[in-house]
Design a protein around this ligand. Structure first.
Ligand code: NAP
Length: 316
């Protein structure tokens, strides 16, 4: 595994990070979750991306992670970067969602309890909350660091103008934004155009999520919607998104990937790593998927011709 410095900081992150949004909750098989965490760790994945609401049920991915850490990896705590976040709905009432100081700090405390950790390496504001002053959310992050509950802070999903306000506030408070987390993949490049340059100009690292478009940029749906797949759950990926256009797009990309000696999943991850990003957070539901994805790091150079062909797949 290779590691890249996150922005101007001294923190290095692996090219591939593992995310626990899906498949690590209490509704998922614990043995598979554990096997994936251990396989990732054994292959140099030192960064695990979690959030308060990951599961399902919300909160249970943190519990799963804490259990594996305690039972299998506790002696390696100082070799790992463990991230969590608060921003989306977590509990009922006015204090369980958004960016208020009340929510950010109490949610961080709850996440520490669920994972059993003394501190997170990175704690994020998961989203921009238009109903809370940015200063309030950012000061909560600063105070979480000052209280020893996190070493670094990050932001996720902020629009570009608000992103810059966060950087300025955090910089002035001497708790610089170590990383900015945004959705990015071959099929969704807006954030690479709008948010990546702002992060780079301000010395923040940039980490991409959903590099496989939740499975659309893989062979997962070539023969329909398998039982247990994300699309079969009809929440974050809907069956109607698995349409003939999406399959044809994936097939065209698969041909290019094969010419590079890669699976589509591998090429999709490599394509992001060829850009000026710090790390790519993948998801997986099996060790086999994870292993497929980890091989992406072996070929992250693209010719202009390959890039042009990949771009052309977008238009029929
Ligand atoms: N900051 C945010 O707002 C935010 C939002 C979303 C995600 N994230 C982070 O980013 C992480 C990754 O997001 P994501 O899960 O959407 O990423 P993704 O890598 O785009 O999608 C992962 C899904 O693709 C399928 N897959 C993965 N590898 C495969 C392979 N080799 N072959 C076939 N199918 C494969 C699996 O679907 P099946 O489960 O169907 O097998 C897997 O669950 C999350 O866990 C989270 O940490 C952050």
């Amino acid at each position: 595994m290779e590691y890249r410095f996150s922005g101007n900081s001294g923190l290095q992150l692996p090219l591939i990070s593992l995310g626990l949004w899906h498949n690590f909750g209490n509704e998922d098989p614990f043995d598979t979750a554990r096997a994936m965490l251990l396989h990732a760790w054994e292959n140099g994945v030192t960064h695990f991306d979690i959030a308060n609401n990951y599961g399902p049920a919300p909160g249970t991915a943190e519990i799963t992670f804490g259990k594996v850490l305690r039972e299998d990896l506790v002696s390696h705590r100082d070799e790992m970067i463990i991230s969590s976040k608060a921003g989306y709905w977590m509990w009922d009432g006015p204090y369980g969602n958004g960016g208020s100081r009340k929510y950010m700090i109490s949610s961080c405390d709850q996440s520490l309890l669920r994972t059993g950790l003394e501190y997170f390496d990175i704690f994020y504001s998961h989203r921009y909350d238009p109903n809370t002053p940015i200063e309030e959310t950012m000061q909560a992050l600063v105070d979480i660091v000052r209280a020893g509950k996190a070493l670094y802070v990050g932001i996720s999903n902020y629009p570009a103008d608000k992103q810059k306000e966060c950087y300025d506030y955090l910089h002035a408070a001497h708790v610089p934004c170590v990383i900015s987390q945004y959705k990015a993949n071959i099929a969704y490049t807006n954030t690479l155009e709008q948010n990546l340059p702002v992060a780079t100009d301000n010395g923040s690292g940039f980490i991409c999520f959903s590099p496989l478009a939740q499975g659309l940029l893989t062979n997962r749906y070539v023969n329909g919607i398998p039982a247990g797949s994300r699309a079969s759950k009809n929440v974050f990926l809907r069956p109607e998104q698995i349409n003939s256009e999406a399959i044809a797009y994936a097939q065209k990309l698969t041909t290019i990937a094969a010419e590079r000696g890669q699976s589509l999943a591998q090429m999709a991850i490599s394509w992001l790593l060829a850009k000026d990003v710090t790390s790519v957070i993948i998801g997986a539901s099996s060790v086999a998927q994870l292993e497929d994805n980890l091989q992406a790091i072996n070929n992250i150079v693209f010719s202009d011709e390959e890039l042009r062909k990949i771009d052309n797949c977008k238009t029929r």
